[in-house]
Design a protein around this ligand. Sequence first.
Ligand code: ATP
Length: 289
Amino acid sequence: MSIAMTCGNLNKTYGRTYALRNLDLQLEENVIYGLLGRNGAGKTTLLNLIAGGIFPNGGTIEIRGKKLRKGELPADFCYVREKNKAFGGARVLEVLQFAAKFHPNWDWTFAQGLLQTFRLDPHKKMRQLSRGMESLVGNIIGLASRAPLTIYDEPVLGLDVLMRERFYKALVEDYANYPRTIVLSTHLIDEIATVAEKVLILEAGSLLFHDDLENIHKAAHLLRGHADSVASFTAGKRVLYTEAYGRGTLAAIYEELDEGDMEQARKLDISTERLTLQKFFSYLIEGGS
Ligand SMILES: Nc1ncnc2c1ncn2[C@@H]1O[C@H](COP(=O)(O)OP(=O)(O)OP(=O)(O)O)[C@@H](O)[C@H]1O
């Protein structure tokens, strides 16, 4: 396993607010990550720190084993920001031409194809674009740059469902041909479940959770049953969240259940269902574990 990026004990404060607190994180090469977290969890702060746009109060960032110095930008890296006001007067094509200069792997044929896929007029000025169209220009840059480390902050903000699907399809197809490390920060959690391979969840400036999406599919379960039965079944298992209803208990657990477990659940009259990524996220955050 090769490491694309490491954050060590990263801290960022704004006045008395801790935006990131003692954050340790490793991103592997050639993996698509979904970066999740509630409003204010620290996602944009983390991405801005990696991109060198702001400086940490403490801690280190290494890109492919090389420590970033203060003010140093990561080499061969693409950061697609949530908002980019700087290009208001420029035309879409000019913005792409500008971006192309910074990315050695830039593919113009791919970029032109994406303009058509996303129905963008390359001669329109950035300030004439809708919110969604603005996101799409950023997404073309993220895709066509083919940077070994590509980071998107809310790439589907303002996009209609059709354009979101087109973006995910283009990303997954291109990634299959040109693997790289991609981080997608988003609030559209179930959509990212069809794209990401690993999930990072930030909460209050710390990394609450980091695992393969496949493991989440296997291990995230919701149980419902009599309170005593659920208590007995979940003993020794990782319980994320519990809630009482009447004489019953609902429990969200993070545990692979084998045939023996399923048999025990049936005997105890406990229903089991797998959690969607979004439900898993909600229970994890609500439970605070
Ligand atoms: N420039 C700033 N000045 C002061 N506080 C800030 C600044 N930027 C972020 N913060 C604070 O840092 C914390 C983390 O914010 P951040 O924008 O990183 O969260 P986020 O996870 O990206 O949120 P969202 O999902 O709402 O975009 C919040 O408490 C926020 O209020």
